[in-house]
Design a protein around this ligand. Sequence first.
Ligand code: 5GP
Ligand code: MG
Length: 186
Amino acid sequence: MDAPLDRDVERVLLSEEQIRAGLERLAQQLLTDYSSDEPCLVACLRGSLVFTADLIRRMPIRLRVDFLHASSYGNATVSKGTVDLRLLPDPDEVVGRRVILVDDILDSGRTLAAARRTLLDLGASDVKTCVFLEKRVPRSVEARADYKCFEIGDEFVIGYGLDYAGRYRNLPYLAALRRDLVQRAR
Ligand code: 5GP
Ligand code: MG
């Protein structure tokens, strides 16, 4: 580790090699379940960018890709607990189709619950959720990961698409951010 970005890392949680192995496992499951359909992967921007790009290149079947943009408000705002969905997929891509809703991480579950509801309302025939990470936390919202690469404990992670204050998405591995940087990353 010696690139400038690496210096902000407290410790590596999943190496590039571990991530590759997880992707292979997950892609095999999806190929078993979807090879006779033409599913649409709907990726939640921006966090699932890297995961989606790596996953679809391990799925040599007919499939479509579309996007939605989700942002959730923190506890500090009036609209706490709500999820703002912008940039919805083209209905032509999802109507009557089996959708694989892809996100970087399942935490409280609010993002996936809201996105899943929206995709069903748009006319998807079936919506399954697929995440790179599932956090081991109690959840009040009814949301589950039908497919997941890894489970992690309850800590804030960066890299492999996940950001802190907009940074670190381009780290090729998953990491914990140095504690002294948590407040002053601007
Ligand atoms: P949920 O709606 O499940 O609470 O939150 C999902 C979203 O919160 C994720 O798509 C992600 O953007 C963000 N998030 C939750 N936990 C983490 C984390 O540990 N690190 C980062 N970078 N983002 C997280
Ligand atoms: Mg996100």
